[in-house]
Every structure is written in structure tokens, then in C-alpha cells.
Design a binder for this molecule. Structure first.
Ligand SMILES: Cc1cc2nc3c(=O)[nH]c(=O)nc-3n(C[C@H](O)[C@H](O)[C@H](O)COP(=O)(O)OP(=O)(O)OC[C@H]3O[C@@H](n4cnc5c(N)ncnc54)[C@H](O)[C@@H]3O)c2cc1C
Length: 384
């Protein structure tokens, strides 16, 4: 494939940059990288993007999206991260939205998509359970059909942002008699339904992103089932395939590099800025080189979008492995740049690098653990 800069994409990048320069309000600019924005900031930003017709940057035009290619989506994400734009509601935009566009009935689509595009309905993802993370198909939360309702009982864990979500998209077992993958269904549940309890899990970065969610005789209208009963596993595979292009978190890595360079100019060691000292400069250059190589892998993956072949699948796993390794090393290096007092001078409310470093310890776990990704690469590429 041709890795030379593409003039059309560069022109697109410039369009996005100009838009951000002219339309991103200063009070919405966030200094912390990769932070999930407060809800009101997400809603305001969503409305600004709607005004430009960019409210659904990852969806096809026929579903009300921009119709951008995967490469254009990545450029949009990169420029937004570099400008410090608020995050969009990622669960709805990147995961659930494409599922609704593909599998929802017109009534279901109408019930949820306009609210997503207005930025008013926030979602969380209820897949993992205690004992069912990597082996997701073994999940035990049950949904039993009784007349016009499902009665849901069970527990989810590591549910990011369940405490601020309005709705959850949930995998539940509707049939225990068939092969485990075939007995799973995909349900949408209003988090205000009686019987749902959310308990916080405070992670190593000191923040509350994660939760346990308990379901005790929760009544869900049968109309909230997406697709048919037992289709949950294939819907999940579709949902996870859509994640491939963003697996590498390239926009975040580019924002790390920019932050690192800025720090190297402002922090002095002895008499000189770090940027002027060979050891630091060489290390930063190495990160930049690794990032360029990763960006080429991402372009290759984007070019293979929709390809169901072994290599395309293995490339998604390889990207996850390379990118999470870089995320961890770059954030550790930035904390080290702050010197002996680094972890102390940068508490959660500082510029966030220490908490970012702690958060990224989890990057080799979420989105499928790195051990599992290595297994996938070994199987697909080497037949092991
Ligand atoms: C920050 C964070 C956010 C998350 N957000 C969500 C969310 O919003 N919604 C949601 O549903 N889930 C979420 N998760 C859960 C995440 O998907 C699971 O943690 C992950 O799939 C691993 O599952 P587990 O924790 O049960 O570990 P296990 O699957 O029990 O794994 C334990 C260890 O065994 C290894 N292992 C397991 N199977 C294999 C294998 N086949 N080959 C080699 N090694 C193996 C793993 O690599 C790991 O080291 C989140 C997790 C984190 C850390």
C-alpha cells in the first residue's frame, strides 16, 4: 500500500482544524488527555457538531452520519484530541449506534437514535461478569421471557460509567439448553428500572470509572430485545469488529507525544531544557518513530476495513498489543520527566499525567486482554 501523504486527506485534516479553531469554545477545552468529559460538556459539543452536520462522525450517511471513511474518522478524532475537544458519548456513537443502525426495528431506532444524536442519552456496556471476561460466552446473567417482559437476574462487573449512564446495553442468557454462544441475547435496559443497583469500583488512578451492576428481578419489555433471541453473540461480534479502527487509540498517543514535547521544552534539568539534552531527545524521537510505524499499521488496518480475512483480524489484535505497550511506556516516561516528585506534584487534579499513567495500566486488560490478543495472533497467523 502507498504510505505517502494523501493530499485529499490532508485537505480534510485542514478543514477539521479550521472548524475546531473557529467553533470549539475555550471553556470546553480540556487539558487532561483522554478524559471522559463532564456530561454537560459532551452535550454542548454534540450540539455544536450537529450544527455542522458532523454529529455522527462514525456512521454512514443513510443513518444520519457523515459517511466519512475510516481514515477520515481517525483524522477527526486526532484533531479533536489535539485541540482538547470534549469526548463524545463513545458507547453510543461507536458501539451501540452502529448496532442500532444495523439490527434495530424502525420503532427501536426511533426510540433511541434521536436521543443519542441530541447527546441526551448516555449508555454503558454490560458484557463482563465475575468469571466471564475473556470467556464472555460463559456469562450467567439470565433473562427469562414471561409474557411481554423479560425478567433479568444477575451481575455485571467493570461496567464503565454505569453510574452516569441512562441506559445499558446488556448481554444476557435467554437459553441455557443450547451451545453457550447461541443462548445469549442483546437487551437495552433503562438504568432507572427498579431492581438495578450500581456499586462503585475505585480504580488504581483514584477515579470512579468502574462499577458493579446488580440485576434483581428487573422487568424489561420484550420490545427492548435487539434482533432475535439468541442473536446476542453475532451482534457482539459485529459491535467488536467496529471497534477495530479505534483499537490503537492513535489520537491519544499523538496527544501524548505533543504533551511530551511541550514538557521537554518547559522542564529544565540542570541548566538546560530537557529537549536540549541528548538522552531525553533521543527517547522522545524513539517514541515518535514507534508512533509513525503504528500509524502506518493503522492505515493498513483502515484500508482492510470490512475484510473478514485472517490477516485483517490478526492486525486488529497486533494494533492493540503495540498501542497499549506504547501507551504504558509513554505515560511512565512522562511521569519520570516530572522528576522524583512527579507522582506527588501531579495529583488527579493537576495536569493528569500520573492518573493517566495509572489508568493506562488497565489498557492491557480492557478491550480484550493482551494475553488473549497474543493467542489470537498465534492462531490466525501461525495456526497454533
Ligand atoms: C478499565 C476497564 C474498563 C472496562 N470496561 C468495561 C465495560 O465498560 N463493560 C464491560 O462489559 N467490561 C469492561 N471491562 C472488562 C474487561 O472487558 C475484562 O476485564 C476483560 O475482558 C478481562 O476479563 P477478566 O477481567 O474477567 O479477566 P480474565 O478473563 O479472568 O483473565 C484473567 C487473566 O487470565 C488471562 N487469560 C484469560 N483467558 C486467557 C486465554 N484464553 N489465553 C491466555 N490468557 C488468558 C488474562 O489475560 C488475564 O491475565 C473493563 C475492564 C477494565 C480494566
Amino acid at each position: 500500500m502507498d504510505f505517502r501523504p494523501d493530499p485529499t486527506l490532508e485537505a480534510f485534516r485542514e478543514t477539521v482544524r479550521v472548524f475546531l479553531r473557529d467553533n470549539l469554545p475555550q471553556d470546553l477545552v480540556q487539558t487532561k488527555i483522554a478524559m471522559v468529559s463532564p456530561r454537560d460538556a459532551t452535550v454542548r459539543w454534540q450540539r455544536i457538531l450537529n450544527g455542522k452536520g458532523w454529529g455522527a462522525p462514525y456512521w454512514a450517511e443513510r443513518h444520519g452520519g457523515t459517511g466519512w471513511s475510516v481514515e477520515e474518522q481517525l483524522i477527526f478524532d486526532e484533531e479533536c484530541a489535539l485541540a482538547g475537544a470534549p469526548s463524545l458519548e463513545g458507547f453510543a456513537q461507536k458501539l451501540l449506534g452502529p448496532v442500532l443502525n444495523q439490527f434495530a426495528t424502525p420503532e427501536q431506532w426511533q426510540a433511541h437514535v434521536p436521543a443519542i444524536l441530541a447527546g441526551e442519552r448516555h449508555w454503558c456496556q454490560g458484557f463482563s461478569e465475575p468469571g466471564s471476561g475473556s470467556d464472555l460466552a460463559s456469562l450467567r446473567t439470565r433473562a427469562e421471557c414471561r409474557g411481554d417482559r423479560y425478567i433479568v437476574n444477575g451481575q455485571k462487573i467493570w461496567t464503565s460509567y454505569a453510574h452516569r449512564a441512562d441506559w445499558i446495553f446488556l448481554l444476557a442468557r435467554t437459553n441455557a439448553e443450547v451451545k453457550k454462544q447461541a443462548g445469549i441475547s442483546f437487551l437495552l435496559i433503562d438504568m432507572k428500572t427498579p431492581g438495578i443497583t450500581v456499586r462503585p469500583i475505585i480504580s488504581i488512578d483514584g477515579q470512579h470509572h468502574l462499577n458493579e451492576v446488580f440485576f434483581d428481578e428487573v422487568e424489561v419489555p420484550v420490545g427492548n430485545l435487539i434482533g432475535e433471541e439468541g442473536m446476542g453473540w453475532s451482534i457482539t461480534k459485529f459491535l467488536l469488529n467496529n471497534e477495530h479502527a479505534s483499537t490503537a487509540d492513535l489520537p491519544i498517543l499523538k496527544a501524548y507525544l505533543a504533551r511530551m514535547k511541550k514538557m521537554s521544552r518547559s522542564i529544565t534539568v540542570g541548566m538546560a531544557a530537557m529537549a536540549r539534552q541528548a538522552d531525553f531527545a533521543v527517547q522522545i524521537a524513539r517514541f515518535e518513530t514507534e508512533l509513525k510505524a503504528l500509524a502506518m499499521m493503522v492505515r493498513r488496518s483502515a484500508a482492510l476495513h470490512g475484510d473478514q480475512g485472517h490477516f485483517a483480524h490478526a492486525l486488529g489484535s497486533m494494533l492493540k498489543l503495540r498501542a497499549t505497550d506504547l501507551q504504558q511506556r509513554m505515560t511512565v516516561f512522562m511521569v519520570e520527566m516530572l522528576g522524583d516528585d512527579g507522582p506527588l506534584v501531579d495529583p488527579v487534579e493537576g495536569d493528569g499525567i500520573t492518573s493517566e499513567m495509572f489508568f493506562r495500566r488497565a489498557s492491557t486488560i480492557y478491550g480484550g486482554t493482551n494475553e488473549v490478543q497474543r493467542g489470537i495472533v498465534a492462531k490466525l497467523m501461525f495456526g497454533l
